[in-house]
Design a protein around this ligand. Structure first.
Ligand SMILES: NC(=O)c1ccc[n+]([C@@H]2O[C@H](COP(=O)([O-])OP(=O)(O)OC[C@H]3O[C@@H](n4cnc5c(N)ncnc54)[C@H](OP(=O)(O)O)[C@@H]3O)[C@@H](O)[C@H]2O)c1
Length: 274
């Protein structure tokens, strides 16, 4: 999406670090930054699936972007330390951090939730996000500039049955984000949160342990958002002039008005799903 010359100028030559860039919303955000900056941008793309990042990097470089990819599991503190230590010098001053890596696992009710799932959701969605933020924020404070984008969820605003742990992680993201926005009030660092509703990505496939039938049911009977819809908003927000902070963006498809409030009917013929 072209956002016009001023927005493009606001993004050009920035260094953008995106976690969870190997799929879904993170991948779309990477593509969108490159397009909106006319290729004049530096990206650090991180996720566990390095092969996917390599392919994405190859494509983005064709559009003129400079790209560094790194295998990273944000739930592992030691790996985060090693990741930052290994950043090439040109990629060390992060202007925009997009904390996107995250997941929901299962739909069990409390009492039946696996301890491992609780731990993985919290260590990825919360502890990893906090560690990434804390590490990057130090340089941003020194330079007195930077954007922090937290990918939250409507689940962090409105909890739903079967999502207790996921909702709790996204609420934690929200609380952390609101606090740091206040802590950084005297700086030029912008703290932004985006809270999507239903977006059709690999999210539900991961949630249901690879069961494609269960995953596709989540998006039946209405038109969900696409990853690009969210990426458009993230990049728009980051391309505002430095004095403008789009602090919170809740983004739904038209058939949704809350975590659990979805209008489902038969998909209309000819309606694209993404
Ligand atoms: N889809 C939705 O409806 C929706 C709605 C609201 C919020 N969100 C949020 O949006 C974000 C992106 O989700 P998505 O919908 O794009 O799902 P997705 O298609 O499953 O993508 C998730 C991304 O996170 C990465 N990831 C997972 N665990 C990781 C880890 N431990 N370390 C590093 N990267 C990890 C995955 O890459 P690897 O597997 O290669 O590591 C992948 O790139 C998440 O925070 C999610 O909670 C999604």
């Amino acid at each position: 999406m072209s956002l016009g010359p001023q927005a493009q100028a606001n993004l050009e030559q920035k260094t953008v670090l995106i976690t969870g860039a190997s799929a879904g919303i993170g991948e779309a955000i990477a593509r969108e930054f490159v397009e909106a900056a006319g290729g004049n941008i530096r990206l650090v793309l991180a996720a566990r699936r390095a092969d996917r990042l390599a392919e994405l990097s190859r494509q983005l470089k064709q559009s003129g972007a400079q790209v560094h990819t790194a295998e990273l599991d944000v739930s592992d503190r030691a790996k985060i330390n090693a990741f930052f230590a290994a950043l090439p010098p040109d990629y060390r001053n992060i202007d925009v951090l997009v904390n996107n890596a995250g997941k929901a696992l299962g739909v069990e009710h409390a009492g039946n939730i696996r301890d491992e799932d609780v731990e993985e959701m919290f260590s990825t969605n919360v502890i990893g996000l906090i560690k990434m933020t804390q590490t990057v924020i130090r340089g941003m404070k020194e330079r007195n500039s930077g954007d922090i984008v937290q990918v939250g969820s409507i689940a962090g605003i409105e909890s739903y049955p079967g999502g207790s742990i996921y909702c709790a992680t996204k609420s934690a993201v929200r609380s952390f984000t609101q606090a740091i926005r206040k802590e950084l009030i005297s700086t030029r660092i912008r703290v932004m949160e985006i809270d999507p509703g239903a977006v059709e990505t690999e999210f539900s496939l991961v949630r249901f342990g690879g069961d494609a039938t269960k995953a596709s049911k989540v998006y039946e009977g209405y038109e969900p958002l696409s990853a690009k819809d969210i990426a458009d908003v993230v990049v728009f927000n980051c391309s505002r002039r430095a004095n403008v902070v789009v602090a919170e963006s809740v983004v739904f498809p038209t058939a949704q008005a809350g975590s659990y409030h979805r209008h489902r009917s038969e998909p209309r013929e000819g309606t694209e799903k993404n």
